[in-house]
Design a protein around this ligand. Sequence first.
Ligand code: SF4
Length: 369
Amino acid sequence: MPDTLQPFRDVDLLSLPRPALKALFAQAGHPAFRAEQLFRWLHVRLERDWTCMTDLPAKLRAELAEARTLAVLVPRLDRVSALDASQKIVLHTDDDHAIETVIMPMESGHITQCLSSQVGCKMGCDFCATARLPVRQDLTAGQIVEQVAHACRLGFALGLRRGGVAGGEEGPLSARPHNLVFMGMGEPLDNLQAVIAALDILCDPKGFDFSPRRITVSTAGVAKNVAKLIAAHPHVNLAWSLTATTDAVRDRLMPVNRGVPIRKMVDVLLALPASAHRKITFEYALLKGVNDSEDDARRLAAMARELDAHVNAIPFNAWPGADYQRPERMVIAQFVDVARRAGASVTLRESKGQDIGAACGQLAGETAA
Ligand code: SF4
């Protein structure tokens, strides 16, 4: 007897973009439309219970359930900020690592969700709580997508509707966030294949159907993978976590700079194929006495002009054990003013969720214990 389960063993179906799912089903001798049906259950109806997927044959569902092909995340902790109503959700992998995602109501009325791409982060940025986590593990595409699915389910349970969905689907996708930013735990371009596969699923018109213009991928400067990401998803927005304007300071704050100095990364961004839609943003964490001088503001503005980039200036968010402080308010205001007068488009961004450890640089795999 042939082992009909064999092609599905050790596969996480949640991680497979639609073409890969169809190829797998073909290998197992199932017609392509079965893969389409399953993809719709997983990434439109956001169903994870095999018994509910009633238009799939019972035998196939039993086989897929037996092969344990869905690596779902379990929500363990849910904290809401008293300051700004942002919500941090801690989800656990089946090997019990904590992943954090943050749902942020923005002043525009839109919802932005911050996604994690790794447990911990090996980039080692000196100002970031995630870098201090002892565990380092890449998330799968399915674990990235599950963060979005969980936000949709939560919103739907609360009766929220955030805009139309392809095909007029009524269900959890109708409560999906407006924007996604890969700015949570981890360096997305250090987990490139999973991030690309997650984007495939999130942007699939027969899946979550996000416009790439509503998605931003942030990097500390993993230059070798920037062009690969853009080749796969030309219209996603890029954010560069810059945070210093000289190599001497950036080498100290962000070890990635020792291999990819500032000028090299600027040249990589300049060399990307043009896209009328793609935006480039600099994320600039303001650290007291480290990178907050007027000279820094002028150098930052010059780089922003060269790349036609927008600057998000983010006063540092403290976390237990951090060696840095945020600058005085007057210094922050002066920094932003100088950068603007030097021609940069700058937003002073107060991170959401500071009181629940959900702000930029604070995510550290909080546990329920
Ligand atoms: S700032 Fe980003 S890239 Fe740097 S250690 Fe933290 S999560 Fe990693």
